[in-house]
Design a protein around this ligand. Structure first.
Ligand code: PMP
Length: 302
């Protein structure tokens, strides 16, 4: 089975999908990316892309910030489906589209540079090393809006997540929880965060310098509409992490990952809590196209 990529307007074998080392984005990290999941449904022998339009709408917005050209959403969705079909995947996959400054020249700027769109897909199962995550609060702070764009999936900005991740892993945790400049909880390295307290869901609001996750938004809607759980978006203080009944992370790659320990303290009973479990199973049904009410979130590939 040949693995394909999309580059410079065509599908090519991955081994041939290469760029010159002078490519401007390679030098400065000025590119915009997304992470999209294709979820395999065994009974229907079908792959469903989860909220693919929303991912590409977010990507197009970020491209405007970076003055990067990108095809329209419909075309991006077609390219993605065709890419997976060519690879003939019949298991869960991850799609990584990237819009980058393709001019082969150095120069630190956004303007007067050519752009290209590329994408690659590969089989992808579990994202975090463990299904039950042990997290530590990072000494790094979340990028703030005066020196970057926290809401943007801009490659170069991921130094921030990478510093926090490596610090956490080297300190024996699976994942970092990163506070913002004001000292409130922002998110994990590449996931948003939720707490369960007295039957309600708490999550930092968009203004806390978080990345507005598509999984976050989906979980809020599912919790409210399907499980009747109240969701409160507000500032969360560090100590609230220690007294939460449950905690979980959300992200395209991580789905809904329970956090059972934070800074060496058990979260609740130190095991996956009932609200997290209910949301996990509902979310799995929804993303695999098994819940008729949410088929509008699922785009079939085959
Ligand atoms: N925060 C950051 C910094 C991320 O990179 C991601 C992954 N895109 C998320 C949160 C979760 O976003 P989503 O649910 O859209 O994948």
């Amino acid at each position: 089975m040949t693995q394909y990529a999309y580059l410079r307007g065509e599908f090519v074998p991955l081994a041939e999908a290469n760029v010159n080392i002078l490519t401007n984005s390679f030098q400065y990290g000025l590119s915009v990316f997304e992470g999209i999941r294709g979820n395999w449904n065994e009974e229907q022998e079908q792959m469903f892309l989860f909220r693919v339009r929303e991912h590409y709408e977010r990507m197009r917005g970020n491209c405007r910030i970076l003055l990067t050209q990108i095809p329209p959403v419909e075309e991006l969705c077609s390219i993605t489906k065709e890419l997976i079909r060519r690879c003939e995947y019949r298991e869960d996959v991850y799609v990584r589209p990237l819009a980058y400054k393709s001019s082969e020249m150095i120069g630190t700027r956004l303007h007067d540079l050519e752009s290209d769109f590329c994408a690659v897909t590969f089989p992808y199962g579990r994202h975090l090393a463990s299904e039950e995550c042990r997290a530590g609060v990072s000494s790094w702070r979340r990028l703030n809006g005066n020196c970057g764009i926290p809401a943007g999936k801009i490659s170069g900005q991921y130094f921030n997540s990478a510093y926090a991740k490596t610090e956490a892993v080297k300190n024996g945790f699976d994942e970092a929880i990163v506070l913002n400049e004001a000292g409130y909880v922002a998110e994990a390295c590449t996931e948003n965060i939720f707490l369960v307290k007295a039957g309600c869901l708490l999550t930092p609001s968009i203004s806390e310098n978080i990345l507005p996750g598509i999984t976050r938004c989906s979980v809020i809607e599912l919790a409210q509409n399907e499980l009747g759980i109240e969701v409160i978006e507000r500032s969360i203080e560090r100590h609230e992490l220690y007294i939460a009944d449950e905690c979980f992370l959300t992200g395209t790659a991580a789905h809904i990952t329970p956090v059972v320990e934070i800074d060496r303290r058990s979260v609740g009973e130190g095991e996956v809590g009932p609200v997290t479990r209910r949301l996990q199973s509902l979310y799995q049904e929804v993303i695999r196209g098994r819940n008729g009410d949410y088929l509008h979130w699922c785009t079939p590939v085959y």
